[in-house]
Design a protein around this ligand. Structure first.
Ligand SMILES: N[C@@H](CC/C=C/[B-](O)(O)O)C(=O)O
Ligand SMILES: [Mn+2]
Ligand SMILES: [Mn+2]
Length: 313
């Protein structure tokens, strides 16, 4: 089993500087060693270099459309190549606008993929409903086939063809949903679990229903797009849009263990770690090492322990 790591140091999907340093702090928290310890052969593809066009005027109040669109097009090519080469891929963000390029590239290789979006936010605004104009709040809108009559042609996004049906998406961890996003989730009947649902049902039942919803008809590759702000800000303070009342550490570990146990995880994103926003070094370290724990758990690290590979006789 081989796992590839690809850094996407990119921040223009939102306004706060610093999230472009996410890949570095996650690597510095020991990601590669942790994955090597899980007896994967680990291929570190390094970080993508992104192009920043001189002129990139807002379009209908959407900021940096050409820069964000171009970055995601480049990312989709890199992700498609890595998956095509047979790797399980870990994409390190960077802001969550990158979820579009990552999932689009994955879908080029695995058109039947399903998407599990773990996040305080649905990131489902269209350019018309976005309250901020920030594209890290809009990636999912560009993926959904059922939404295309609602999404205008944004400069830089002509390459982005919708590839996902709304029944192939599940949200977990929602607690900060804009009116436009709520309307779309209701209109399209998207399956979602808010933090209230997790309180009511418990994470075990949420995962059971999630995986049944996505896999009942047939098993298919999973794209896990994990926004670190899904966790409670007390656990993950160094992030750009913190929202109180998030996932506990144990809920995050159970969630990712269940995804690993399907044996179907193909690509995962770990985004929105912003080391500049931690109030102290400890806060940054805590957020970065939580990111490493999430990735390791998604790839098979267990809380119950493991048997050492038998010494070769
Ligand atoms: N819904 C807000 C916040 C978006 C949050 C994006 B994040 O989930 O990637 O942190 C917006 O559209 O501006
Ligand atoms: Mn997000
Ligand atoms: Mn978020």
């Amino acid at each position: 089993q081989s796992v590839a790591v690809l850094g996407a140091p990119f921040s223009r999907g939102q306004k706060r500087r610093g999230v472009e340093h996410g890949p570095k702090v996650i690597r510095d928290a020991g990601l590669i060693d942790r994955l090597s310890g899980l007896d994967y052969s680990v291929h570190d593809f390094g970080d993508l270099n992104f192009h920043y066009p001189e002129k990139d005027e807002p379009y209908m109040d959407v900021k940096s459309p050409r820069t964000v669109g171009g970055a995601n097009k480049k990312l989709s090519t890199a992700v498609s190549r890595a998956v095509g080469a047979g790797h399980t891929l870990v994409m390190l963000g960077g802001d969550h606008s990158l979820g579009l390029g990552s999932a689009a590239g994955h879908a080029q290789q695995c058109p039947d993929l399903c998407l599990i979006w773990v996040d305080a936010h649905p990131d489902l605004n269209t350019p018309l409903t976005s309250p901020s104009g920030n594209l890290h709040g809009q990636p999912v809108a560009f993926m959904l086939k059922e939404l295309q009559n609602k999404v205008p042609d944004l400069p830089g996004f002509s390459w982005a063809k919708p590839f996902l049906s709304c029944r192939d998406l599940v949200y977990i961890g929602l607690r900060d949903v804009d009116p436009g996003e709520y309307q779309i989730m209701k209109d399209l009947g998207i399956q979602y679990f808010t933090m209230r649902d997790i309180d009511r049902l418990g994470i075990q039942r949420v995962m059971e229903v999630t995986l049944d919803h996505l896999m009942a008809r047939k098993q298919r590759p999973i794209h896990l797009s994990f926004d670190i702000d899904a966790f409670d800000p007390l656990l993950a303070p160094a992030t750009g849009t913190p929202v109180n009342g998030g996932l506990t550490y144990r809920e995050g570990m159970y969630l990712t263990e269940e995804i690993h146990n399907t044996g179907l995880l193909s690509v995962m994103d770990l985004v929105e770690v912003n080391p500049v926003l931690g109030a102290s070094d400890e806060a940054v370290q805590a957020t970065a090492s939580l990111a490493v724990d999430v990735i390791a758990s998604s790839l098979g690290q267990t809380r119950e322990g493991y048997v050492l590979p038998s010494e070769s006789k």
